[in-house]
Design a protein around this ligand. Structure first.
Ligand code: DX5
Ligand code: ZN
Length: 215
């Protein structure tokens, strides 16, 4: 069970300081938005590159951008451990996944809440992780969508059929209230933004979430 806090709603004026507050995390989840694929904009490659030099935590990049096919590999090139692109935005997801792996990153594909997993069953073997959005992408602090739980279960079954160790990450509205439901449905990597950074003690919340997911 891995906890990957999202810095989207943390103190963006001190990102490096923010990471020092969450040493128990398995990775840091960084949301890249372009104001096209989602109605919000964050930051891009130069900020990630600068941040990477200031932390030993693995970088878990979540690209919410149009045309990730040429942009995503650049994050693998600078050494990000995991790079997620949205299948709704990719022109050639198999080629992109292979390119990310060739560059040494974990290849991860994200699905919005209404995007079914079944059309992609045959390409799961090209991936190291599937990210299932449990809110509509674009903003932190939204309410967890229970309607995604059956898709988590179906994805877990399809992953088991591949015989490979493909992680299932959930992102959006994950908290002490909702994490057990996700874990029970088959998720094993959990993004949490506001739950962690609105907590009095963010690192304690990371540990509490992990315990809750394991229980
Ligand atoms: C939303 C982002 C999430 C967001 C999660 O589009 O992908 O990573 O930061 O925030 P919470 O945990 O507050 O829903
Ligand atoms: Zn995210």
């Amino acid at each position: 069970m891995r906890i990957t806090p999202s810095v989207l709603n943390a103190d963006l004026s001190d990102l490096a300081g923010t990471l020092e507050k969450i040493p128990s995390s398995d990775a840091v989840h960084v949301d890249i938005m372009d104001n096209h694929f989602v109605p919000n904009m964050t930051f891009g490659l130069p900020v990630v590159e600068a941040l990477r030099r200031r932390t030993t935590l693995p970088m878990d990049i979540h690209l919410m951008v149009d045309n990730p096919d040429s942009y995503a590999p650049q994050f693998a090139e600078i050494g990000c451990e995991s790079v997620t692109f949205h299948v709704e935005a990719s022109g050639a997801p198999i080629r992109l996944a292979r390119e990310l792996r060739r560059l040494g990153a974990r290849a991860s594909m994200a699905l919005k809440p209404a995007t079914p997993i079944e059309p992609y069953a045959d390409m799961l073997g090209e991936l190291d992780q599937v990210l299932l959005m449990t809110v509509e992408p674009g903003f932190g602090g939204q309410k967890f969508l229970d309607l995604v739980l059956p898709k988590i279960r179906r994805t877990r079954r399809l992953v088991a059929a591949t015989g490979q160790d493909i992680w299932i990450q959930v992102d959006g509205g994950v908290s002490v209230e909702t994490i057990s439901r996700c874990a029970e449905a088959g998720a094993d990597v959990f993004v949490a933004g506001t739950a962690v950074f609105r907590a009095d003690d963010p690192d304690q919340m990371v540990r509490q979430l992990r315990e809750q997911a394991t229980a």
